[in-house]
Design a protein around this ligand. Structure first.
Ligand SMILES: Cc1cc2nc3c(=O)[nH]c(=O)nc-3n(C[C@H](O)[C@H](O)[C@H](O)COP(=O)(O)O)c2cc1C
Length: 171
């Protein structure tokens, strides 16, 4: 039996849902996949029990969430020794263009620079949800009722997840 953990930071649940979908698409009879919120604190010895890790966070104000930054830095020694893939969620990835990938990598790079010895197998960049009321809550006063727009591409996410499983478990 192999064990993978999908570990995430999420402000409004977008990345949490993505993490659960990643886990569901790679779990099988030979692979236990746990989903864990960074927020709950994960002792180093818990991480040691996994054969591979998939770690994700959303991006806000052009930065990876601070709890994800803290977690990655705190656990950098153990992360050096484990097969790990990262994924990041941002509205910048609404349109998958080379320019947007570069822009998104620009948000994420300071996080990676703080853990230079951790070498992720892969970095997935995916679109999340644009909730206009989170950006401009005052719009509600004007009667604007635009629902949050969900740009998540579930097929792309599931495909990425399966590729990570193979990479992490060396299959
Ligand atoms: C206040 C705020 C700031 C944001 N800043 C960015 C940003 O700088 N770049 C980006 O690509 N997406 C940005 N987003 C979009 C979020 O990444 C997107 O809504 C994501 O789905 C949130 O995921 P979460 O619920 O897991 O935190 C921002 C969203 C909010 C609400």
């Amino acid at each position: 039996m192999k064990k993978i953990a999908v570990i995430y930071a999420s402000k409004t649940g977008t990345t949490e849902m993505i993490s659960k979908e990643i886990a569901n698409s790679i779990r099988d009879e030979q692979t236990i996949v746990d989903v864990k919120n960074i927020h709950n604190g994960l002792p180093e010895d818990v991480l040691k029990g996994y054969d591979g890790l998939i770690i994700g966070s959303s991006v806000r104000m052009m930065k990876v969430l601070s709890e994800a930054n803290g977690f990655l830095y705190k656990n950098k020694e153990i992360l050096k020794t484990k097969p790990v893939s990262f994924f990041f969620i941002g509205i910048t990835m609404k349109d998958e263009t080379p320019e947007n990938r570069l822009k998104m990598m620009g948000f994420v790079q300071p996080t990676l620079d703080r853990i230079p010895d951790v070498e992720p197998k892969n970095i997935g960049l995916f679109a999340g949800v644009l909730n206009i009321f989170k950006f401009f809550p005052f719009l509600k006063i004007f009667g604007i009722k635009d629902a949050p727009k969900d740009y998540r591409d579930w097929d792309k996410i599931r495909e990425w997840a399966k590729a990570q499983k193979a990479l992490l478990l060396n299959k």
